[in-house]
Ligand binder design. Structure first.
Ligand code: URA
Length: 252
């Protein structure tokens, strides 16, 4: 690569949202992958067909299978720029499923949703109502996932195309995890699951019926913890929503 080509490649990376160096020595991502050893070849699962998220998700019969299928799903362009897949965390038996937007930098590094600053705030909010992702009692725990499973470059908001592409996996996750309640954190999951375009300040604090596969699941929309970190005065609204959640959890 000439110096001019290298400079152009660098500008392109910055345009794509690259904002950090993840290794001390730069990886040559244009080099062809090394040929796998013969024995490895036998164990490698065939790549998932591009774009066929709906049929791939429908064929999964457990949360572990969804995670496996996502690790082989190459149609989402975000996978190319992310470090690792970030599927879910918490108790798979939990009565409540929390759905965020997309992994950030720390989530991308650890492969778990909500482990950065927003996640720490979320954990404190949950603790305030006696709930934790680490709790084994399904009535006091949560299962946490996102609308998208790879970090968008530079933490930009995922596009509608990206979230729609991953939506069948989220829908199947809901079908298999069978939460009694869903809590959407922020506009993106609320809009995708309800098929609405209203802003989160209009939707938050309200319960909606989320219907899927003959099931109706009460869905509460609330503010995203990252928004609360930027607008701490709005925490009182989120607190109201979490108290409403605690109330329905106590009755069920
Ligand atoms: N924000 C999200 O929406 N999800 C995460 O996992 C982390 C931050």
């Amino acid at each position: 690569m000439t110096p001019v080509e290298a400079a152009a490649a660098l500008v392109w990376l910055v345009d794509m949202g690259a904002d950090e160096v993840v290794q001390e020595a730069a990886a040559n991502r244009l080099a062809p992958p090394p040929a796998p050893a013969q024995q490895e070849l036998a164990n490698v699962a065939p790549p998932a067909p591009r774009g066929d998220a709906a049929s791939i998700a429908a064929a999964c019969s457990s949360l572990a299978e969804i995670e496996q299928a996502l690790s082989r799903f190459d149609a989402c362009p975000l996978k190319k720029t992310a470090t690792r897949l970030c599927f879910a965390d918490g108790n798979p038996q939990a009565h409540v499923m929390l759905i965020g937007e997309a992994p950030g930098r720390e989530e991308d590094e650890l492969g778990k949703p909500f482990v950065g600053r927003s996640g720490q705030l979320l954990d404190r909010m949950l603790a305030a109502i006696g709930v934790s992702r680490a709790e084994s009692d399904p009535a006091k725990s949560v299962f946490i996932t996102n609308t998208i499973y790879w970090r968008p470059p530079g933490n930009r908001t995922p596009t509608e195309t990206e979230t729609q592409m991953c939506l069948p996996f989220l829908m199947r996750t809901i079908e298999l995890q069978k939460p009694r309640f869903i809590v959407c954190l922020g506009a993106t999951p609320t809009q995708r699951l309800l098929g609405r375009n209203d802003g989160i300040l209009k939707l938050r604090g309200k319960w909606f019926d989320f219907g899927q596969a003959g099931q109706v699941i009460p869905l509460l929309a609330t503010l995203h913890p990252a928004y609360l970190l930027r607008q701490p005065a709005q925490k009182r609204l989120a607190w109201r929503d979490f108290l409403a959640l605690a109330e329905v959890m106590a009755k069920n």
